[in-house]
Ligand binder design. Structure first.
Ligand code: BES
Ligand code: MN
Ligand code: ZN
Length: 501
């Protein structure tokens, strides 16, 4: 789908989209169209329940006296107060409404609004960005879908003063959507296509953007002593991989700013549970158990794409959790790269094992100024927060605040959950330094986070995002079609932009 910008004007074909304020007050452009159509818009409003609340829509097909296919009237609400996210949602909702309308092209007509501190070019760019984000579709395996079953809409033109400025703003945002779409693609791919080595190949392809990519295999990881990660992968015929991506966008930075910000992702390309095998129903969802690593690679693509002035390291810890004859058994004791030993009481609590070694590695090798890890780590976080917020666990209040505000701005919201010695105690163990599950199921997302914290050096700001509830959606949202969401790419891109550039 293409988004373009043009000077104010009234195209004579395709669909037209105009706004209406609260209390049925037509925007100037809508009023103009109302006049041109002999009052069709006002009559349509009177004949419906449309009031102009933000997000409401009213479609007038075959408007009188015009050659256009339709006019879509969009409720803007109190548009002067709209946040950037609200504008993206409007763009996404318009796309969704008209995607299968039969129109190939639509024109969104935008003008300045009084009292808004967001310039109209920025509003136009955000509307376009929302439409673009919503237009994502993972349909490469639907070989029998006929052209007339696919979305008809191919081009959205936004008419606005100074279109070249809006085009430039969207250009920047498009670097972020490039990253989001990579994440969505990888999360959507089945596990026979995306496994540790094929995922690593996707990462290597990013070197053309100037990202330094290094891949460690089983032998290299064994040398480093990564017994926790390798134990998870040992029941699979696929070799485990640790992908290390570096973006040096601030080569001349000094002191703390020179140190990289680190992002670490759980990349379990399929999670059967291992010998502690999962029930059959719903196991297919575990193809997206690499969602954390998917966000890290998408984020690196976004940051490099927009040439972010920051040094970043991205780690993807890639394994397949399978139950073959060589698989790790419940009760096995593994030695992690940190030297700490772990009794593996449940082979399905594998994400924390994989992350443990990746976290040790990134600290030893890069001494990062902050670490954020992402993982589809626990079912328990879904019980706690549902599908609206990611669970946030951290040893650093400032990092939490920064993540929370980036979350509110981007709509990828995070909710802080507690850590503490009472929870930490629950993973103490008689046979080894710790066990990989809590005592009982209570606080399952928290005990998983406590486990990770045992691998974080004192004084290193660290945040863990449990994205199990938000990496995949079974419902369409304004800017996120159902399926892999890419949740985390925008959040962390915003975090970097606000705090580290
Ligand atoms: N990948 C799962 C967590 C998960 C569950 C993600 C549902 C997305 C949707 C993780 O590896 C897992 O199996 N966790 C166990 C931990 C338990 C054995 C302590 C869980 O949450 O049940
Ligand atoms: Mn598991
Ligand atoms: Zn898992």
């Amino acid at each position: 789908m293409r988004i373009s910008f043009a000077s104010p004007g009234l195209p004579e074909s395709g669909g037209l989209v105009v706004g209406c304020f609260e209390s049925k007050k037509l925007s100037p452009l809508a009023a103009e169209l109302d006049k041109k159509t002999g009052g069709a818009l006002k009559r349509a409003i009177e004949g419906s329940r449309f009031t102009g609340h933000r997000g409401e829509m009213l479609e007038i097909v075959a408007p009188a006296k015009l050659k256009n296919s339709r006019i879509l009237l969009v409720g803007l609400g109190d548009i002067a107060k709209a946040k950037l996210k609200d504008l993206e949602n409007l763009g996404g909702s318009v796309y969704a409404k008209l995607a299968n309308s039969g129109d190939i092209e639509i024109a969104i007509l935008m003008s300045d609004v009084e009292g808004s501190d967001v310039p109209v070019v920025t509003r136009a760019a955000r509307v376009g960005f929302g439409a673009l984000l919503r237009s994502y579709r993972f349909d490469k395996y639907r070989t029998k879908e006929k052209a007339e079953e696919k979305p008809s809409l191919k081009k959205v033109t936004i008419h606005v003063e100074e279109p070249q400025k809006a085009r430039r703003e969207l250009g920047e945002l498009q670097k972020v959507s490039d990253g989001i779409f990579l994440t969505r693609d990888l999360v959507s791919e089945p596990a026979n296509i995306i496994y540790p080595e094929s995922f690593a190949a996707e990462a290597k392809a990013l070197s053309e953007l100037g990202i330094k990519v290094q891949v460690l295999g089983d032998a290299a990881m064994k040398k480093l002593g990564m017994g926790a990660l390798l134990g998870v992968g040992q029941g699979s015929s696929r070799e485990s991989q640790l992908v290390v991506m570096q973006w040096e966008g601030a080569p001349k930075a000094k002191g703390d700013a020179k140190k990289p910000v680190a992002f670490v992702g759980k990349g379990v390309t399929f999670d059967t549970g291992g010998i502690s095998i999962k029930p059959a129903a719903g196991m297919e969802d575990m193809k997206w158990d690499m969602g954390g690593a998917g966000v890290v690679i998408g984020l690196m693509k976004a940051l490099a794409g927009r040439k972010a002035k920051v040094n970043v390291v991205g780690i993807c810890a890639l394994v397949e959790n399978m139950p073959d004859g060589n698989a790790q058994r419940p009760g096995d004791i593994v030695t992690s790269m940190s030297g700490q030993t772990i009794e593996v009481l449940n082979t399905d609590a594998e994400g924390r094992l994989v992350l443990a070694d990746a976290l040790t590695y990134v600290q030893q090798k890069f001494k990062p100024r902050a670490i954020v890890d992402l993982a589809t780590l626990t079912g328990a976080v879904i019980i706690s927060l549902g599908h609206e917020y990611a669970g946030l666990f951290s040893n650093d209040d400032a990092l939490c605040d920064a993540l929370s505000s980036a979350g509110e701005a981007t709509g990828e919201r995070v909710w802080r959950m507690p850590l503490g010695p009472e929870y930490d105690k629950l993973i103490n163990c008689d046979a080894a330094d710790m066990k990989n599950i809590g005592s009982g199921r209570a606080g399952g997302a928290i005990t998983a986070a406590q486990f990770l914290q045992r691998f974080i050096d004192e004084g290193t700001p660290w945040a863990h995002l449990d994205i199990a509830g938000v990496a995949w959606s079974t419902k369409d949202k304004p800017t996120v079609p159902k399926g892999g969401t890419g949740f985390g790419v925008r959040l962390l891109d915003q975090l970097v932009a606000n705090n580290y550039e």
